[in-house]
Design a protein around this ligand. Sequence first.
Ligand SMILES: NC(=O)c1ccc[n+]([C@@H]2O[C@H](COP(=O)([O-])OP(=O)(O)OC[C@H]3O[C@@H](n4cnc5c(N)ncnc54)[C@H](OP(=O)(O)O)[C@@H]3O)[C@@H](O)[C@H]2O)c1
Length: 262
Amino acid sequence: MDLNLAGRHALVCGASEGIGRAAAHELALLGASVTLLARRAEVLADVAAALPCTAHAQQHDSIAVDVADAAALQAKVGGLAAERPVHILVNNTGGPPGGRAIEAGPDDYLAAFQRHLLANQVLTQLTVPGMREARWGRIVNVVSTSVKEPIANLGVSNTVRGAVASWAKTLSRELGADGITVNNVLPGYTRTQRLEQILRDRVQATGKSEDAVTATMLATVPVGRFAEAGEIAAAIAFLASPAAAYISGVSLAVDGGRMQSI
Ligand SMILES: NC(=O)c1ccc[n+]([C@@H]2O[C@H](COP(=O)([O-])OP(=O)(O)OC[C@H]3O[C@@H](n4cnc5c(N)ncnc54)[C@H](OP(=O)(O)O)[C@@H]3O)[C@@H](O)[C@H]2O)c1
């Protein structure tokens, strides 16, 4: 199976920690040069310095920018793409706050659409010309299982995830002829900051202990544990590899079997 990414340049968003950082590590192990993107410059510099180099002329770098700032994204990522074409784009950022859909205000929805859908669109428009030129590209969006089964008390998140999945499916049909695949990875419960936040929110909402909340969540996961970030990253790296050239337009759940739909 061809997993070799030597000579490819990956832009991995939300890469200062969690799933994004783990994805950057996996892509670097496969030989890609990786540019990390998130808001905290110092953390990114440390993560970039720790990434492995396994291929000739592999180099890692980072860009500190808030994906909600479309003008800054245009300037910084536009500059990067003009200098070093991006072949692999991992669209990823922090998840929206919890809460019921009925209680969220217009600003909550707008903020989530800005950070998820619109940022993805800006990043994709900036990087697709380089992929087209190479006749090879991979766009992998980190979304959520809520694309298929909405999750209670994540009303804004459920809404924007559905939009991202429809956007991605549409793009996969538009870009396939250019050798560009577009896929979504849907993480289940994964041990990161985001999961800790979800646990805290549920403790607060239910008044139950963290152990009790954890047990309730794990009871829904057939494999009986939370995922490690590296397990989600492995799926991202596979979809980014040459071996996955014929996979496009899919939403791949990596959730330990939690989703009930087929
Ligand atoms: N963990 C789970 O159980 C789980 C389950 C389903 C879906 N997901 C989804 O998967 C995605 C990644 O989750 P995760 O658990 O890896 O999250 P995480 O640990 O909270 O990491 C989020 C990353 O995004 C960056 N980020 C946040 N806001 C940003 C912004 N405005 N601009 C640029 N970068 C930003 C953060 O870095 P900076 O703070 O440095 O900017 C960080 O690197 C999220 O959408 C999450 O909702 C997670």
